[in-house]
Design a protein around this ligand. Structure first.
Ligand code: CMC
Length: 392
């Protein structure tokens, strides 16, 4: 019909109204529920931000301790998850493991799937936040062929996640406070980012009244692509290649600008930010501090800074308004913590969980929601007759 216009990539189509996250891409501003990201990063913890996003307001001390207690009560996974995750080959990408395990959750918690009962939705919210780090830690250990270690209540959400990931078998191990703080910060920075590819996926799947887990596991799969969450892994691969071939940032940038074999400067550019991504500014500062504090100075940090410096002074990037995005420096911190490259995108997923949940809840409660069903402009053949097979 004459009313339909094609908008590839939804460059100019709003799919919903939302009161969760505000981005001013020209000014480099990011607010969760009205609070600037730098204040949240400095003054709150990840679970406070998860509460803020999913419930609309920052928790009081009592609300936070009740919420934390509730989340910690559900961090255990059914024993069969060890078998489920153990059935994957060791070289399976942990994003495949994570999305599969999240898909499996409603099979184990069928009492938490009704999208229209607020108490059930609250239960599913808590269950997903609680189980995500345990699943991610299991996936990490599976890839290393190590025995999976279950959660231990009362240590703190991030600290226990790190312990489940890194504690050597048969020993007691506590993560360094620097690591805990740094990961908490990174999870906050990833917690929501309005209608990005994975969040739009969560909403469109949920618009069919599919349950929260089914919607979120679709979001995890959307996140896995290198143009989205997979960029953090791609950045480290890029830095590794540059380092291996002698560390020549200028030569790599020449290839990017000539668009040789479609090579892009991964971790740069954004659909909405046409200025410095405020998250990238915070991560860059943290990368410098955390690497020094952990005693893990990394030549790749220098390469990354050289790439950024070249880009910020080069017409190709200036004209196209390409700045570092959140993924540019995060991988260097994850690497310093000891995570293998394949775990970077699962860490993004653990961080994005509150955002996906909050957006799904807002969608379910919005009377304007309709099943997502974009139109198309058909460009195929007009009506024609099917010829018998020997005449084709
Ligand atoms: N390196 C080199 N050139 C680039 C880059 C880059 N990273 N990003 C965009 N361009 C160029 C692109 O080639 C195009 O040039 P031209 O006008 O000559 O054709 C122009 O800039 C506009 O790019 P686009 O692809 O039309 O922009 P988009 O809004 O569709 O894509 C993007 C946004 C993030 C997919 C893209 O910038 C990109 O591929 N970046 C690298 C991957 C990346 O870092 N993704 C993470 C995004 S942030 C967090 C997240 O979502 O996970």
């Amino acid at each position: 019909t004459g009313l339909v216009t094609v908008d590839p990539g939804f460059m100019n189509t709003a799919s919903c109204e939302s009161a969760i996250t505000y981005i001013d891409g020209d000014e480099g501003v990011l607010l969760y529920r009205g609070y600037p990201i730098d204040q949240l990063a400095e003054r709150t913890s990840f679970l406070e931000v998860a509460y803020l996003l999913t419930h609309g307001e920052l928790p009081s001390a009592d609300q936070l301790s009740a919420f934390t207690e509730r989340v910690e009560r559900h961090t255990h996974l059914h024993d069969n998850f060890k078998a489920l995750i153990g059935a994957f080959p060791e070289n399976a990408h942990p994003m495949a493991v994570l999305s599969s395990a999240v898909s499996a959750l409603p099979g184990y918690y069928p009492e938490s799937v009704d999208p229209f009962d607020p108490e059930t939705v609250e239960l599913a919210t808590v269950l997903l936040l609680a189980k995500a780090p345990t699943i991610a830690a299991y996936a990490h250990r599976r890839a290393l062929g190590q025995e999976m270690i279950g959660p231990d209540r009362g240590r703190g959400y991030v600290a226990d996640f790190l312990r489940m990931a890194f504690q050597p078998n048969g020993t007691i191990w506590e993560p360094d406070e620097t690591m805990v703080k740094a990961l908490d910060l990174l999870l906050i920075l990833h917690a929501d980012h309005e209608q990005n590819c994975s969040t739009s996926t969560v909403r469109i799947v949920g618009s069919s009244h599919a349950n929260l887990y089914a919607s979120v596991s679709a979001g995890i799969n959307a996140l896995s692509g290198p143009l989205h969450g997979g960029a953090n892994e791609a950045v480290l691969q890029m830095l590794t290649e540059i380092q291996r071939s002698g560390g020549d940032a200028t030569e790599f940038m020449r290839r990017v600008k000539n668009k040789e074999q479609g090579v892009r400067l991964m971790g740069f550019g954004h659909r909405v930010y046409k200025n410095y991504d405020p998250r990238a500014a915070i991560v860059k500062k943290a990368a410098d501090e955390v690497l020094s504090a952990l005693g893990k100075r990394d030549e790749m940090l220098d390469i990354a800074m050289r790439l950024e410096d070249i880009a910020l002074h080069d017409d190709y990037f200036i004209e196209r308004k390409l700045y570092p995005n959140v993924d540019f420096y995060t991988g260097l911190i994850y690497k310093a913590m000891g995570f293998p490259t394949q775990m970077f995108t699962p860490l993004f997923a653990v961080g994005r969980m509150p955002g996906w949940i909050a957006q799904w809840r807002e969608m379910v409660n919005d009377p304007a929601t309709k099943i997502g069903r974009p139109r198309q402009v058909y460009t195929g053949p007009t009506t024609r007759d099917v010829a018998p097979i020997d005449a084709r």
